[in-house]
Design a protein around this ligand. Structure first.
Ligand code: GUN
Length: 283
């Protein structure tokens, strides 16, 4: 049996088109376009590429992209002053501070300063709390994109065994919350998990977000499992995920590729969150 490949790129293109249609309706009603501010500190080349792609996608969806580039040695107070100004700016519906920040800046102090109702990344503790308690808020873009792909693939997730590998605030923890809300039986595995292969073996759904190239082996999987690979690892052979893709294709029923799986969903969900913020703020 060969698994089907989950085409995240195509799904994301469809989502972006639907967001674009709603943006046009918003502009017609509100008389302004939704505004997304992206703050980049320093010269990290991967971050610069992400920020450029986010800006382009924002404009393609008909929204206003406002980019702020600050030098790597910017004082923390100056960054916080910028966040305060964006919080107060009525033309800005979403604020994203690109991570990682330079080591002299306390990431938490900056993220907690963002108005939770403009926090389109969903990283503010208020939004983490809303997600954990079932209140409307903003859900981090990568796990939200993973959930959309899973529901498109499987329909109702209720009662399925899901294993999330990774416990970060950005992916693992919110992913687990989303799957709990879908009535999955959720296990969160991480670097201290004993016998990871037997934990993975029982899962109908595997979400891998560990950041280690091809760590999850095909033979660990339950036959017919659905595998979502969040990993983006640069190796001499090119970009690979956290899952041994070729091995998984022989055992699973569906697998996301790297690249072209989860990656494109993250930006599409960011645009969706920015649109929803604008609609809520006008509504
Ligand atoms: N760095 C890598 N991914 C992300 C993301 O989704 N949001 C932000 N703000 N920074 C990131």
């Amino acid at each position: 049996m060969t698994a089907s490949i989950i085409d995240g790129k195509a799904f994301a293109a469809g989502l972006r088109a639907r967001v674009g249609e709603r943006v046009a309706a918003f502009v017609a009603q509100a008389g302004r376009a939704p505004g997304l501010a992206v703050v980049l500190v320093g010269e990290d080349s991967a971050s610069a590429v992400y920020v450029r792609n986010k800006g382009r996608a924002t404009r393609e969806a008909g929204m206003v992209s406002v980019e702020h580039r600050l030098p790597a040695d910017v004082p923390q107070d100056a960054l916080i002053d910028l966040v305060d100004a964006l919080n107060a700016d009525p033309a800005i519906d979403g604020i994203l501070v690109q991570l990682p920040l330079p080591p002299h800046i306390d990431e938490r102090a900056v993220l907690i300063r963002i108005d939770p109702d403009k926090d389109v990344d969903g990283f503010h503790p208020v939004n983490a709390g809303r997600l954990a308690t079932g209140l409307p808020g903003f859900v981090p873009c990568t796990p939200l994109g993973c959930l959309m792909l899973l529901k498109d693939q499987l329909g109702d997730l209720s009662g399925l065994d899901a294993v999330v590998i990774g416990r970060s605030n950005i992916v693992g923890k919110p992913m687990a919350q989303l799957l709990i809300a879908e009535s999955c039986t959720v296990t969160v595995a991480h670097s201290r998990t004993r016998d990871l292969s037997s934990v993975v073996k029982r899962a109908d759904i595997v979400v891998a977000a560990v950041g280690r190239a091809q760590m999850i082996k095909g033979e660990w999987l339950k036959p017919g499992a659905t595998v979502i690979d969040v990993g983006i690892n640069r190796t001499p052979e090119g970009l690979v995920g956290d899952v041994d893709f070729a091995g998984a294709m022989g055992v699973a029923s569906a697998v996301t590729p790297v690249p072209g799986g989860v990656g494109p969903m993250t930006i599409a969900c960011l645009l969706r969150n920015a649109l929803i913020s604008a609609e809520r703020r006008e509504g």
